[in-house]
Design a protein around this ligand. Structure first.
Ligand code: COA
Length: 159
């Protein structure tokens, strides 16, 4: 079942994040390209996004719980002036994927956006993420832009 996030869920959703975003995160891509460059690796950086999501809008995080265990979540942000609801992160543990949990979490986010008076929902995904690209159009999203992410070690700067 979907329920609202509680403070005690934070460590669990971080755990889910580092499992689910392996191979589909910008932080991981940077590290795969250049190697680990800081004391903490991509997992710690990606997990810290959950701290940010909870700090900005804990009320807009929903989790999927089964037999007392959280196995997926979705985070949201509200841009009240623009009437845009954003979904920064969504994850479902691999062994539970493909059973409709992602869709149920997405529906909870859409319902929340409508309750909060938002008019548009927004989400981003990486080109390399096949599931994201089939899931989101299937939920009604239309592609509006593509973005390229660049990174380089500063030792290689040319200007
Ligand atoms: C994206 C994610 C949350 C979807 O969760 P899920 O519980 O598997 O999603 P659902 O079972 O509700 O399926 C939703 C849609 O995803 C797509 N999908 C799900 N599993 C798929 C698979 N194995 N292969 C291809 N498409 C798949 C389908 O379009 C499906 O819709 P359909 O059932 O109408 O065909 C999950 O795959 C995940 O955590 N991925 C890793 C993290 C990630 O990429 N997050 C998003 C970053 S932008």
């Amino acid at each position: 079942m979907v329920r609202k996030y509680q403070e005690g869920d934070l460590e669990r959703i971080k755990e889910i994040t580092v499992i689910c975003f392996e191979g589909v995160s910008i932080d991981h891509n940077i590290e795969k390209t250049f190697g680990q460059f800081a004391e903490t690796g991509w997992k710690a950086r990606k997990a810290a996004h959950m701290d940010d999501d909870a700090a900005v809008n804990a009320d807009g995080i929903f989790v999927w719980e089964e037999e007392g265990t959280v196995i997926g979540y979705i985070t949201t942000r509200l841009f009240r002036d623009a009437l845009i609801g954003q979904i920064p992160n969504i994850s479902v543990l691999p062994e539970h994927q493909g059973k409709g949990i992602g869709k149920a979490l997405m529906k909870a986010a859409f319902d929340y956006f409508e309750e909060e008076g938002m008019k548009v929902a927004k989400i981003e995904t990486l080109d390399q993420n096949d599931v994201g690209q089939s899931f989101y159009p299937g939920a009604g999203f239309k592609e509006v832009a593509r973005q390229i992410h660049y990174a380089m070690p500063l030792s290689e700067r040319k200007i």
